[in-house]
Design a protein around this ligand. Structure first.
Ligand code: AR6
Length: 178
């Protein structure tokens, strides 16, 4: 039995192995960096498939609000361009550290993304395994934080779909959701 506490309006959790840029959902979460100007991994894939409108809005957001960058643990939305979604919610995961516990920041990425989704009126939201690529987070630990945080969230989002690229990540999330 899980010790995670489900909130009153907790979303249904689903799991898919695949590419997040192919998900037909209201909002796709991007594991971005604070520059909001793109990068590799999920970020690169989202900008490539979504086209230049996403980057144009990211640049505008930088100019209007985030001249110093989007802080780690926060989230902000743009259009999804040509992706089969309505919005991209960009969040900045923490780089994993062996000497410092940054779990709160990773949890914050999930909470803040759902808060932005609520502001948008999104009902279905796809998340990648934030911080588990370039940012080095161990997949089991990231899966625990992601699943616990989403289960405890008070949100009008009805479905949170975790979209995992590879089998190992899928297995880690599946184990947490049992
Ligand atoms: N769909 C779903 N998951 C994916 C996809 C995809 N198309 N591509 C990769 N993954 P990462 P981070 C998985 O590195 O660790 C970028 O350069 C991947 O296997 O994308 O948060 C940003 O600009 C891994 O499990 O994000 C930042 O600089 C997970 O997505 C930095 O990387 C996250 O890996 C952010 O690093």
């Amino acid at each position: 039995m899980s010790s995670d506490r489900a909130a009153a309006r907790a979303p249904r959790l689903t799991l898919v192995q695949g590419d997040i840029t192919e998900q037909a959902v209201d909002a796709v979460v991007n594991a971005a960096n604070s520059s909001l100007l793109g990068g590799g991994g999920v970020d690169g894939a989202i900008h490539r498939r979504g086209g230049p409108d996403i980057l144009a809005e990211c640049r505008a957001l930088r100019a209007s609000h985030y001249g110093r960058g989007l802080p780690t643990g926060q989230a902000v939305a743009t259009t999804a361009g040509r992706l089969p979604a309505r919005w991209v919610i960009h969040t900045v995961g923490p780089v994993h550290s062996a000497s410092e516990d940054r779990s709160d920041l990773l949890a914050s990425c999930h909470r803040e993304s759902l808060r932005v989704a609520d502001e948008l009126g999104a009902r279905t939201v796809a998340f990648p395994a934030i911080s588990t690529g370039v940012y080095g987070w161990p997949i089991e630990e990231a899966a625990r934080i992601a699943v616990e945080t989403v289960r405890a969230a008070d949100t009008a989002v009805e479905e949170v779909r975790f979209v995992l690229f590879d089998e190992r990540a899928y297995a880690a999330f599946a184990a947490r959701m049992e």
